[in-house]
Design a protein around this ligand. Sequence first.
Ligand SMILES: [Zn+2]
Length: 110
Amino acid sequence: MFRSWRDVRSFPTWGVPLAECAVCGQAFHREPGYYLLAVWGLDYGITAVVGLALYAACWSLPTATAMWIVLPPLPVFAIAIARHTKALYFAVDTWLDPPRAPGPAGPGAP
Ligand SMILES: [Zn+2]
């Protein structure tokens, strides 16, 4: 679904899914903005839950100290799980709404 990290030439390319599956040709971009929910919902949501859990684990510390422990790793964590959340979103979406085979009239027919 993604390029190997050895084939990635720039950081933005690292998080962009390929256009289609190399084996079966299924498109990984089903529509414009397809992965917005994966990023805004899953990635940031999971990061927020992990941040709250870390903060809860630091409950006995002073607030400023807890913030210095909790906040710096969160952006790194969000970037680290970005590809995973997109893959998970694509898998669940494909499971719930599988791509339809084109009808006898072809893919653009009503
Ligand atoms: Zn495939």
